[in-house]
Design a protein around this ligand. Structure first.
Ligand code: SF4
Ligand code: SF4
Length: 430
């Protein structure tokens, strides 16, 4: 573990105005959707339907049980097709179940709604598990895991910071469903056993902050925590430190904290109220590579290609398609991959090829790394395959925030070098 957290003094040009003022646009897939059966790791999955079966929105299609329970629901009504391998947003091919939409979006009652106030904590955690809720911040970790066996948890942090440039999906979702944000926070608070919850949000979101504050007038257990507009303030480790002034090694639960994204709380509230599985996602499509950047509400399993066509297409012939934001996202060499239930953004940028020049040893990447690492030294160690030095330099602690590449005056993709170093460490462990 690095001894310190690096400086949080980077105010980036957010480009958030491209989408933050526009209404959310609903996109419905016209033909097939492709439901990912894993997170790109091809974990064992039990498919519960067969080719030709009729399904509705919310029909249980498949279930993974190892290492975590993950039920997988249909996002459209229609007919089950074949299983096919496609690129996943994590940049690995994996199996997807084809569902041919009938265009009706007929809904199944996936489970009975429950009132979290009268449900026991165990019933609530079981509900979260069976709903298939995944952390909506982009990581895709099953939500129930954090609540299964909470030990000495004192604070639940609802992360509404959304610090990465271009992304405004959480902001727009919160604006639309503020009551559900509070409802879901209260349900998660009960599941967490914590005494208090805080909703963390950037202080420049004045309108939403004011509305949340009004809604919290009679909720003494929940407080609003306004953070500076810095990057990467929404990184879990930074946010927890900003609030508690404490550090942890692997998980915030080590210091009595659970963190969940604001849209996870909203999705849970809607599942609890309506007994519906997670079947659609509000996601930011932004960047100068699009004619009309906008937040879209779309059934998961819809391809990026279809969504881009529906919102007006690309603004240039050569574009970079990034699953996620420009700092932490992954560049995918195709738009034929799908939105998952935990995707938060697709960033499309015009390509502006720029040659890198040799490192000028300015040290800016080291000074800026929020994880307190020495990215240029990790790059050098990776270049000569010095795995012992890579371990010593704690490359595994890199959160892939992209700051070292962003700041580099030589235009070196320093982050990619650190990623390669991390991959080399993982290969050695195997
Ligand atoms: S991407 Fe670069 S700046 Fe960000 S944590 Fe990793 S090494 Fe540090
Ligand atoms: S910021 Fe770029 S030029 Fe400066 S030390 Fe790091 S890699 Fe070298």
């Amino acid at each position: 573990m690095p001894l310190w957290i690096g400086p949080m003094n980077a105010h980036l040009n957010g480009h958030k105005e491209l989408t933050s003022h526009n209404e959310i646009v609903t996109v419905k897939p016209k033909g097939e959707v492709y439901i990912p059966l894993s997170n790109g790791n091809n974990a064992a999955v039990e498919v519960l339907v067969k080719e030709g079966d009729k399904v509705k929105v919310g029909t249980l299609l498949a279930k993974r049980s190892v290492p975590f329970v993950v039920p997988i629901y249909s996002s459209v009504s229609g007919t089950v097709g074949v299983v096919k391998s496609m690129m996943h947003a994590v940049m690995r091919p994996c199996d997807h179940l084809v569902i041919v939409s009938d265009g009706k979006f007929e809904k199944a009652q996936s489970f009975s709604p429950i009132d979290y106030t009268s449900a026991t904590r165990d019933e609530l955690v079981d509900f979260i598990m069976n709903s298939g809720l995944m952390g909506c911040g982009g990581a895709g970790f099953p939500t129930y895991i954090k609540y299964k066996n909470p030990v000495n948890i004192h604070t639940l942090i609802i992360n509404a910071v959304e610090c990465e440039p271009y992304i405004t999906a959480d902001y727009r979702t919160m604006k639309e469903f503020l009551d559900d944000l509070i409802y879901g926070t209260k349900a998660l608070l009960k599941a967490s056993t914590a005494k208090e919850a805080i909703i963390a949000i950037k202080k420049n979101k004045v309108e939403v902050c004011t509305k949340i504050q009004a809604l919290l007038a009679n909720e003494p257990q929940i407080k609003l925590f306004m953070t500076p507009d810095k990057y990467p303030m929404g990184w879990e480790r930074t946010l927890v430190y900003e609030f508690t002034h404490k550090r942890y090694d692997k998980l915030p639960s080590e210091i009595g904290v659970i963190v969940n994204n604001a849209t996870t709380a909203i999705a849970l509230a809607q599942s609890l109220k309506y007994g519906s599985a997670i079947d659609e996602k509000i996601i930011t499509f932004s960047g100068d590579g699009l004619k009309h950047p906008v937040n879209v509400k779309v059934p998961y399993g819809t391809t990026v290609k279809e969504i881009v066509e529906a919102i007006g297409g690309y603004s240039a012939e050569d574009v970079l398609v990034i699953a996620g934001g420009p700092m932490m996202g992954k560049t995918i060499p195709t738009d034929n991959f799908v939105i998952t239930s935990y995707s938060n953004a697709i960033t499309i940028l015009k390509t502006t090829p720029q040659e890198a020049i040799p490192c000028m040893r300015c040290g800016r990447c080291n000074d800026t790394c929020p994880a307190g690492l020495l990215p240029v030294r990790i790059n050098n160690a990776e270049a000569v395959a010095d795995l012992d030095l890579i371990v010593k330099l704690a490359a595994d602690q890199c959160i892939e925030c992209g700051m070292c590449s962003y700041i580099c005056p030589s235009r070196i993709d320093v982050t990619e070098g650190v990623r390669r170093a991390k991959r080399a460490l993982m290969l050695r462990k195997k």
